[in-house]
Design a protein around this ligand. Structure first.
Ligand code: BTN
Length: 260
């Protein structure tokens, strides 16, 4: 089951509530490792923290991948997804970066702070334990591809962007999806065979959050510190003003300022 290449088994559906929900709810035998489910439209697309993920029909990439890790790896799976998207975008000529933990953002010019990087896509990784004790991860990826500024709801128009806006032309979504899946397959194979070292090194390089004075929302509270590093499990190492280091598994970055 675990040897199936990611994407060699691809289902594309016209309209469903959510690719993540469908793969989470399938019987184990209908959700093998590497299966990819893409949708042209989701009526109940899910974002992180219970938010909705909205996308008009036939414009974006909306897909989920079943992963059956040998060891539970949810944080690293999110990073593998984000890095695969970012590297494929860069190969296409779209400068992109990771906003920890799961956002793909347009790379701001280097004299600008992270807050100028508009969101291009996001990752939602869900997991469940199967009856046989194994783990099912469902790695959901949403990427804004062929959207114009007017296609975004007014309230996020200044916060989001798309591949076509940044490139100034429409983009064929099939090769983009294939490229992301190939990269994800290679990253996953390496992760399972050799551990997370290569992935973390890559994620550190692609992560715009590091090196900034960063405010993180944690549930109801907020903490501020310097985003120093990603640890071996993909957690954010935040050094608080007191000098204490906090390891964050989740959290929402509110604001960052450069340290100059
Ligand atoms: C986020 O940034 O909040 C994560 C968004 C993840 C959206 C994708 S679209 C495909 C998959 N199916 C879903 O319902 N959500 C994810």
């Amino acid at each position: 089951m675990a040897s199936q290449r990611i994407g060699s088994n691809l289902e594309i559906l016209e309209e469903i509530p959510s690719t993540n929900t469908l793969l989470m709810n399938r019987e184990p035998e209908d959700a093998p490792h590497g299966l990819v489910l893409a949708a042209e439209f989701q009526s109940q697309g899910k974002g992180r923290q219970g938010r909705r993920w909205f996308a008009p029909p036939r414009a974006n990439l909306l897909f989920s991948v079943v992963l059956r890790p040998k060891t539970p790896l949810s944080g690293l799976a999110t990073l593998a997804g984000a890095c695969s998207v970012i590297e494929e975008l860069e190969a296409l000529g779209v400068p992109a970066r990771l906003k920890w933990p799961n956002d793909v953002v347009a790379r701001a010019a280097h004299d600008q702070a992270l807050r100028d990087g508009r969101k291009l896509g996001g990752i939602l990784c869900e997991s469940k334990t199967e009856a046989d004790g194994g783990t099912r991860l469902v790695l959901g990826i949403g990427l804004n591809v062929n959207l114009s500024e007017a296609d975004f709801p007014r309230e996020i128009r200044t916060l989001a962007s798309s591949v076509s806006i940044l490139l100034g032309r429409l983009v064929d979504r099939d090769p983009l999806l294939a490229g992301i899946l190939n990269r994800l397959d290679r990253a996953w194979t390496d992760l399972e065979a050799h551990g997370g070292e290569t992935l973390i090194r890559k994620a550190r390089f692609l992560c715009d959050t590091l090196g900034h004075l960063t405010e993180v929302q944690l549930g109801e509270g907020r903490i501020e510190g310097i985003a120093e590093d990603l640890d071996s499990q993909g957690r954010l190492v935040l050094r608080l003003e007191s000098g204490v280091k906090r390891l964050l598994e989740i959290g929402e970055i509110r604001q960052t300022r450069r340290m100059d």
